[in-house]
Ligand binder design. Structure first.
Ligand code: IMP
Length: 172
């Protein structure tokens, strides 16, 4: 069994989410914001984020998969669920759990651009820099780490650990 090293306690996550929500609420005042969360990992972050926002929003999901049972991206992204809401001329904010190589986010942003949104920005819970190979602008970041495989608060390893209320680094 891998060891779980604490990275973010639940109360730290709450504070980080509240701070980023304040910024988003201010930046999108008087706009019709649509949040698009990337499944599966972003489901907990999204649900906490929307409840901290002070502006009305619409929500949809896209599904992407690239990891299989491994801790490194296969490099090939599969779209497992398409967006269902109309994004044409709308302000879109993509909500991601963690950005690693940047391949998933870059693929999803390119895909969403095909719907001709007015603006498209990105918010991530965790920005993990060491393996970034695709330059991608991240507009809102809650927490940065350089490396390590993280689980909890929606993040999984082999579909396990998503339910943990904090974020942990897996030590194999
Ligand atoms: P990227 O395409 O390499 O940027 O990887 C992004 C996706 O891989 C995220 O949406 C996660 O689903 C998954 N991922 C990347 N790093 C981690 C991690 O440390 N723990 C859990 N999932 C991760």
């Amino acid at each position: 069994m891998p060891e779980l090293i604490p990275v973010l306690e639940p109360n730290e996550i709450s504070n980080l989410v509240a701070q980023v929500a304040l910024k988003i609420s201010s930046d999108y005042q008087d706009k019709e914001l649509i949040l698009i969360a990337i499944l599966k990992g972003a489901f907990i972050f999204l649900s906490d984020l929307v409840r901290c926002l002070s502006i009305p929003v619409k929500v949809d999901f896209v599904g992407a998969s690239s990891y299989g049972n491994s801790t490194s991206s296969s490099g090939t992204i599969h779209l497992t669920k398409k967006v269902e809401i109309d994004l044409t001329h709308k302000d879109v904010l993509v909500v991601e759990d963690i950005v690693d190589t940047g391949l998933t986010l870059s693929y999803i942003v390119d895909y969403l651009k095909t719907y001709n949104p007015n603006t498209i920005k990105v918010c991530t819970l965790i920005d993990k820099r060491a393996r970034r190979c695709k330059a991608i602008k991240i507009d809102y970041t809650c927490h940065m780490v350089s490396k390590g495989f993280l689980v909890g608060y929606g993040l999984d390893y082999n579909d396990k650990y998503r339910e943990l209320p904090g974020v942990y680094r897996l030590k194999f």
